[in-house]
Every structure is written in structure tokens, then in C-alpha cells.
Design a protein around this ligand. Structure first.
Ligand code: PLP
Length: 479
């Protein structure tokens, strides 16, 4: 038998071929060389282990294949997405988009050094959180604040600092799961605190908490049921009542409010979201929330509350493992500054701009986009429709937000295949499939993205392989 490896072109021969020579201009020489080597190594292995003889492609064919493979390999798997799902706080799509001011602040501190832990007046070492603590206390009315990597970290740290080795009392109606890996009972176990459940799924009274208080009790905890509601024959305890009970027994009250709205958003259909300042006003000792949910800032966990409690949390050795970097601090401070002007905040925070867009605006855009989308080769029909959407992936039926979509049917293949093609396009587009149509929900699409949305859909439905390394970043329009 002839040596099958003899016909495989050499690395140098392949590098001389036009597709790979062009590739060197797009990426770099070393990336192409290492791509060719890796591809050839895998190919030799395939030849060696093949049951029957493999016909070795010509150098030109092989070069084409390698070039395509390098493009795929070089395309970052983390890239911008047009979110046409209608889900405003889509954890899979990175939650809140940042304000231009926050992006600007991040880029200013990113390139060089920054006063992360120094007091500019004295030159002395200072606390990392000072940059945002003043803003957080002004906005929420709290005495002190500390910032962690996310709300899961805030919860874990708070429970460890206040409850390790002892009991924390929580209602059975509030033992939440937020996505598979965050379950309150498991977080409690990881913190070293023991969960003491009280009441029932639908009814928990103040007396249930009081009867559970004993020698071992370290804290009382209230948890917002962000992604479900218990409705019907129900009863729960207001934060202020829990605080009064805590005072009586000298126990701190932890309030995990989840999304962390900084003001009332019920006029936009977002009801029953606890507001940080109200929980502080009710007297909670530690109020926990996410920075990248309703607040519309960077991913982080925020703990505001009484100085003594916050200081205990901030001094815990675990704090260091959960702290945020200068980029997050810069983005958070810039986001919070926008809240100081209530007249403009609904426009300056992108998440709030999306939430507050009047339905008439969406209707006009859907009406304009539908005929343009219907022209696209990949699209058979495009129809503007009215619908409802939700804040988060775990939809709460009490929080319906009115929206408008363009409903598409593909010209070829199933709607699932169509959706997959758009997810893999440039830019990637995520819609939602509903009754054999792909809905592009404009509630979560910024107006400046409309042209890009059409361009992403207006591609040949049968063209094979990836298109180009289009890495023009979607900056959010105004930066
Ligand atoms: C979202 C949420 C969390 C987790 O917050 P992350 O910022 O995602 O870590 C915890 N508790 C509640 C009530 C939530 O809604």
C-alpha cells in the first residue's frame, strides 16, 4: 500500500496558497501557521485511524478548508447580540446594557492607573467602595454600602458574616431558585448558616417567625420571589413588621430584594418590585440587590444598610474574594450618578429607556420594519403584531409589558433552523419562536439597531459557512 501521508501537502506549500495568504492579512502570520499545523495534525490522525483509505484533497482544496476553519476558530464566541427576544433582563444575553456614561467611565480607568484604593486628599490607602458608597447612601438613604461581584456573592457573604454556625429564619414561601445554580437553601448551606424554614408555601405569619427564634438564631431573612408569585389564599409579612420583630429580639434583618429597582416602575407594567430605599426606610439592616437587573448597571451585588452590619460584612475575610475591580466600580458610579437626575434617568439608562418606550413608538417601528423584512430573501412573510413580554426569563404573569413584534416565517426550512441561522449570523440575532413564527420583539431592540437587524436577516438563506470576520463593535450608538 502506498504511504497515505505522502500526498498531504506541506505547511509551506499550504501557506503559499491564495486563501491562506489572504488570511495572513486578516489575522496574523503566526495564527495562520499554527492553524495550518493543528489542522494538518488532526487530518493526519484521521488518515491514520481511518478504516479505509482516505482520498487526500488537493493543496488548493485543503487550503480552502483550513481558511474556513481558521475563520470559525477566530470568531469570538462572546460577541454582540441583537436581543429581539423581548426579555429585558436576559441573563443569557448579559442582562442590562450599559449607559454611554458608564462605558466612558470604564474606558477612562481601563487604560491606565486609577484611584481605586487611595484617598486623593491624603494620599493614604482607603476603602475600595468609597467611590460608590456616597452615591448609594444618597440614593437609598442607607448609612453604608458595600459592593460584591453579584447578588449571589452578596447573599453568600452576608449569610456567612452574620449567620455562620447559627440559624437564619426564612419563610417557606421564599425559598427561591434563580436559574439552576442558585437555590437559596444551597447558598445558605454554602455560607455555613443553617436554614430555619417557617410557615408554609402560601402562608407565613409574624408569629411563625417569632416562635422559631431561639438561642441559635442569628438573623431573620426576607427574600423577594423574583420569578414567581404565590397567589390566592396567601399571607406574608411586610419588611417593617419583620424589622420590628428583629428589634425586639436584637436580630438583624436581611432583605434580598433581587432586581433592586431604585424607583417605582409600576407605570411601565412592572409591579411589586421592591424598591431599595423603601426597604431601608422600613428599617432592614442589610438590603441586597443586583447591579445589572432593574438598576441597569454593570454586573455586581450591592449591599446597603446599617453601618455596624455593613462593616461586619465588609471586614469578613471572604469579602476579598468577592470584591469588584476598577471597571465595575467606574461603571457603577457613572450609572448611579445618572439616577440623581430623575427627569432624564428614563432616557439615560438604556434599560429604562427600553422599558419606558411608548407602545406607539414600537408600533410605528414594527410597521416600518415589516415590509423591509418581507423583502429579504430568507423571509417568506413578515407581519407586525402586538404582544406582551416580560422582564426576565422566569416570567411573572403579574408583570406583563406591552410590546410590538415583527412575526417572520422563513422562505426555506423550519422556523427553528431559521432562528439558529440568525443566532449564528453577524451580528447574532436572538428572537423568540411562537406558533411556527419567529418573533422579533422590538421592546428590547434599540432604534439604532433597526438597520443592523435588517442587514443580519437579509443574507442568502442557503449560503454556506461563516461570512466575514465582521468585528465592528456595536457600541450602543451614542459613544
Ligand atoms: C437575581 C437574584 C439573585 C441572584 O443575583 P445575581 O446578581 O444574578 O447573582 C438573588 N436573589 C434574588 C431575589 C434575585 O432576584
Amino acid at each position: 500500500m502506498q504511504n497515505p501521508f505522502r500526498n498531504i501537502p506541506s505547511v509551506n506549500e499550504l501557506l503559499e496558497s491564495p486563501p491562506l495568504r489572504e488570511m495572513v492579512d486578516q489575522v496574523s502570520h503566526s495564527v495562520v501557521v499554527s492553524g495550518v499545523r493543528t489542522f494538518l495534525r488532526d487530518f493526519r490522525q484521521d488518515v491514520q485511524h481511518a478504516a479505509s483509505e482516505i482520498k487526500v484533497p488537493t493543496a488548493a482544496e485543503l487550503a480552502e478548508r483550513i481558511a474556513e476553519w481558521i475563520v470559525k476558530d477566530e470568531t469570538p464566541s462572546l460577541r454582540p447580540v441583537i436581543n429581539a427576544t423581548g426579555i429585558l433582563l436576559h441573563t443569557g444575553l448579559g442582562r442590562a446594557p450599559l449607559a454611554g456614561e458608564a462605558i466612558q467611565a470604564m474606558s477612562e480607568v481601563a487604560a491606565g492607573y486609577a484611584s481605586v484604593e487611595v484617598d486623593l486628599a491624603t494620599g493614604e490607602r482607603s476603602q475600595r467602595v468609597l467611590a460608590v458608597e456616597n452615591l448609594l447612601t444618597q440614593i437609598t438613604g442607607a448609612e453604608a454600602a458595600v459592593v460584591t461581584n453579584n447578588n449571589a456573592a452578596a447573599t453568600l457573604l452576608t449569610l456567612t458574616a452574620l449567620g455562620n454556625g447559627r440559624e437564619v429564619i426564612v419563610s417557606r414561601g421564599q425559598l427561591i431558585e434563580i436559574g439552576g445554580s442558585y437555590r437559596l437553601p444551597d447558598v445558605m448551606t454554602a455560607s455555613g448558616a443553617r436554614l430555619h424554614e417557617v410557615g408554609t408555601t402560601n402562608k407565613t405569619r409574624l408569629s411563625d417567625y417569632e416562635q422559631a427564634i431561639g438561642e441559635e438564631t442569628a438573623a431573620l431573612m426576607n427574600v423577594h420571589t423574583s420569578n414567581y408569585r404565590v397567589v390566592g389564599f396567601t399571607e406574608d409579612v411586610a419588611t417593617a413588621e419583620l424589622v420590628a420583630l428583629g428589634r425586639k429580639y436584637k436580630l438583624p434583618v436581611i432583605d434580598d430584594i433581587g432586581s433592586g429597582a431604585l424607583f417605582d416602575l409600576s407605570k411601565f407594567g412592572i409591579n411589586d418590585e421592591p424598591i431599595a430605599a423603601e426597604s431601608i426606610k422600613a428599617g432592614a439592616d442589610a438590603v441586597l440587590f443586583s447591579g445589572d437587573k432593574l438598576m441597569g448597571g454593570p454586573q455586581c451585588g450591592i449591599i446597603v444598610g446599617k453601618r455596624a452590619v455593613i462593616s461586619k460584612i465588609a471586614k469578613h475575610p471572604m469579602m476579598r474574594a468577592m470584591r469588584v475591580d476598577k471597571l465595575t466600580l467606574a461603571a457603577l458610579a457613572a450609572t448611579l450618578r445618572l439616577y440623581r437626575d430623575p427627569d432624564t434617568v428614563e432616557q439615560t439608562i438604556p434599560l429604562l429607556a427600553l422599558i419606558s418606550t411608548p407602545i406607539e413608538n414600537l408600533r410605528l417601528r414594527a410597521g416600518r420594519l415589516a415590509p423591509q423584512l418581507a423583502e429579504c430573501k430568507a423571509v417568506a412573510t413578515a407581519e407586525p403584531i402586538e404582544d406582551v413580554t416580560y422582564l426576565g426569563g422566569g416570567s411573572v404573569p403579574t408583570q406583563q409589558i406591552k410590546t410590538c413584534c415583527v412575526a417572520l416565517t422563513p422562505s426555506t426550512g423550519s422556523v427553528g433552523e431559521f432562528a439558529a441561522r440568525l443566532r449564528n449570523g453577524f451580528p447574532a440575532v436572538f428572537g423568540r419562536v411562537c406558533q411556527d413564527r419567529l418573533l422579533l420583539d422590538l421592546r428590547t431592540v434599540f432604534p439604532h439597531q433597526d438597520a443592523k437587524l435588517i442587514a443580519a436577516i437579509d443574507v442568502d438563506p442557503v449560503a454556506p459557512g461563516p461570512q466575514v470576520l465582521d468585528s465592528t463593535p456595536d457600541t450602543g450608538g451614542d459613544v
